[in-house]
Design a binder for this molecule. Sequence first.
Ligand code: FAD
Length: 350
Amino acid sequence: MSDGAGAPAGTGPFATDVAIIGAGPVGLFAVFECGMLGMRCHVIDVLDVPGGQCAALYPEKPIYDIPAWPEITAEGLIERLAEQARPFHPAYHLGQRVERLEEDGDGGFRLVTSSGAEIRARAVMVAGGVGAFGPNRPPLEGLTAFEGKSVFYLVTRREDFRGKRLVIAGGGDSAVDWVLSLAGLAERVYVVHRRDKFRAAPESVERMRALAAEGRVELVIPYQLAGIEGKGGELTAVTVASLAGETRRIEADVLLPFFGLAMNLGPIARWGLAIEHNRIRADPATLETSRPGIFAIGDIAVYPGKLKLILSGFAEAAMAAHAAFARVRPGEALHFEYSTTKGVPGRDGG
Ligand code: FAD
């Protein structure tokens, strides 16, 4: 990894203080909070890069509600969180899903990943966001051959679409936001939606309709995706059909379907944790789950009043780290200290 973090070789077994499941913004900040209390971490994520939703879904979008950053891109935030975690030398196991989580018979836990790696930890923090997430795919014949070549479910680099003819399908915020963002960059943007009403923020819809009135995007409404044409994964045209059975063929280079995310807790649902509406119930004072020693932080945690915001996840990481300390270092007193008092152990040789 470019942030200098360790990627341990082999499958272990590895031993650590805290195993963090999920390298999204909250999992990364948990490394820092645990590190400040002298606890070492291993972080596991099914994605190939750290950053969770920020990296996978909206790296170039600006975020405006991170304290003290009036504006920061999602990818910029992840870079800084990785930098903040770096003095604590976390070990990252990327591209692997945690499949099993069980007691190790010695007061701690044993995790097994999809690559067969085994990690033993005194405490576990589940920072799994929305679980294993993936796009809702349109039911089009032959679609998989085009995925990743000319059909994309997320935009990681706007520049990739410069000068291209794009078909953007969907009626929610993602579809409309990307229409607005790519309209000036692409050669042509077609917006396919099955009805005239869009679910996106009204102001964004208004801006999109203004672009359509200026002829800078074309609204193909009310139509649904019906087929794709091309060879070797290179798209040449998209066919759409109306409910009345009319069809239309649009010559295009790229199809961006934005039909939302399929959220699936995956193996997390099988770990015996109390689950509420696809999220893990946690004690708001400690973030501990129904299984002692296992904590849930970030989007995946639910308790009364929970706000699914990155900043809430940061506070939860701090609280969970303090609560986990008693399990990781039993019998050791934990003295609450400000970072200004103790500095960052290991940073700048400190
Ligand atoms: P995630 O970022 O979801 O990361 C969880 C990670 O866990 C994922 O990488 C996943 O692969 C991994 N994982 C899950 N299960 C397993 C497993 N079994 N094994 C291994 N890995 C696993 N929030 C804000 O505060 N402000 C905003 O302006 C804002 N804008 C947003 C815009 C968009 C378009 C979207 C989609 C979200 C936005 N959010 C915003 C929400 C924000 O991104 C989430 O609150 C945040 O990402 C949650 O962080 P997390 O670390 O809890 O989870």
